[in-house]
Design a binder for this molecule. Structure first.
Ligand code: NAG
Ligand code: NAG
Ligand code: NAG
Ligand code: NAG
Ligand code: NAG
Length: 274
């Protein structure tokens, strides 16, 4: 196709795509409010002006909830103020025998995403295929009852995706999962592993990957994501895009809590973020 025609076709497609989601209003999936940087997508849809591609949420029509891009990662609750959300992995939450399917590395699902495991997660370890070498002790809980082969649970300290808790493991195979640290100490036991798996874990995202949406909204704008440039955009009430994170004509208190130390004085004397 000649470049000029290609350009026209691309622009047309872009336009169709844009108008289909022009408003980007917050949507709901069950109890979940889906808004920037998350957006409600569907099968075969890989991008949207309403949010970053990795933040696509698909809502199942059978009530089983919201998943990230149709993956095994479920989105349970989002805390937009702290850039974090509670997630769970569908392979280990379903039914009562999820623990029997825990022989995989969950950080593979997150490694290539813009998400990071929060330091507020604890590590829940599972030992299996021990061939009689399983460590004994009250902290090693026999979780075999619903599985076909023996498996033992151990609740470790903080979860670090690249470093398993240093515990005795015999010659067992070993996996470890992030679980939400609860304020109720009584629930934080290895014996409570079914509940801990179901309650999920915390993932966080960085403002740098999706832009400073709160600052844009505070200046009267709406948050958008430009997939072509892989950049955040702040759409202002006049229908134009803001040059920075916030709509022009607005001032940000100095020193700005949202953009310090990246503050600059614009030619018109107002303070902006870079
Ligand atoms: C998604 O794409 C596939 C293959 O291109 C097609 O068969 C299917 O009908 C599409 N699904 C929807 C919901 O559009
Ligand atoms: C609901 O749909 C999802 C896929 O959208 C599927 O994986 C899951 O098994 C379904 N759950 C039920 C209870 O039918
Ligand atoms: C789990 O996956 C991560 C990310 O791919 C990798 O860095 C890590 O080494 C894996 N851990 C194990 C125990 O295989
Ligand atoms: C556990 O060991 C059995 C044989 O001892 C083997 O068939 C099975 O694949 C092993 N499971 C895993 C997850 O390695
Ligand atoms: C763990 O429990 C299973 C049955 O649920 C039992 O067969 C096995 O012997 C137990 N393992 C240990 C080390 O007690």
């Amino acid at each position: 196709m000649p470049p000029a025609i290609l350009l026209v076709v691309s622009l047309l497609l872009l336009h169709l795509h844009d108008t289909a989601h022009a408003d980007c209003e917050p949507a709901t999936c069950g109890d979940l409010t889906v808004k920037y940087p998350f957006w409600l997508g569907s099968v075969n849809q890989s991008s949207s002006p309403c949010g970053h591609p990795a933040f696509q949420v698909r809502c199942s029509n059978n009530g089983s909830g919201a998943s990230l891009m149709g993956s095994s990662i479920n989105v349970l609750r989002v805390d937009y103020d702290s850039n974090s959300f509670i997630a769970s992995h569908s392979r280990i939450v379903g039914g009562n025998d999820g623990v029997c399917r825990s022989d995989f590395n969950i950080s593979v699902s997150i490694a290539l995403s813009p998400f990071k495991f929060s330091s507020r997660n604890r590590a829940l370890c599972f030992l299996y295929n021990c061939s009689g070498t399983e460590p004994r002790g009250a902290e090693y809980v026999n979780a075999t009852s619903v599985c076909n082969s023996p498996i033992y649970a151990y609740l470790g300290g903080n979860y670090y995706w690249d470093s398993p808790p240093a515990i005795a493991t015999g010659r067992c195979k070993y996996t470890f999962f992030p679980v939400l640290e609860s304020e109720e100490a009584a629930t934080m036991t290895a014996a409570n592993y079914p509940r801990l798996l179901k309650d999920g874990f915390i993932l966080e995202w960085q403002t740098v990957s999706v832009g400073d949406c709160p600052a844009c909204v505070a200046s009267g704008g709406q948050c958008r994501y430009n997939d072509a440039t892989a950049a955040f955009e702040c759409l202002c009430p006049d229908g134009k895009l803001a040059a920075a994170s916030t709509c022009a004509g607005e001032t940000i208190p100095f020193p700005s809590p949202t953009c310090s130390p990246h503050v600059w004085t614009r030619p018109d004397g107002q303070i902006g973020c870079i």
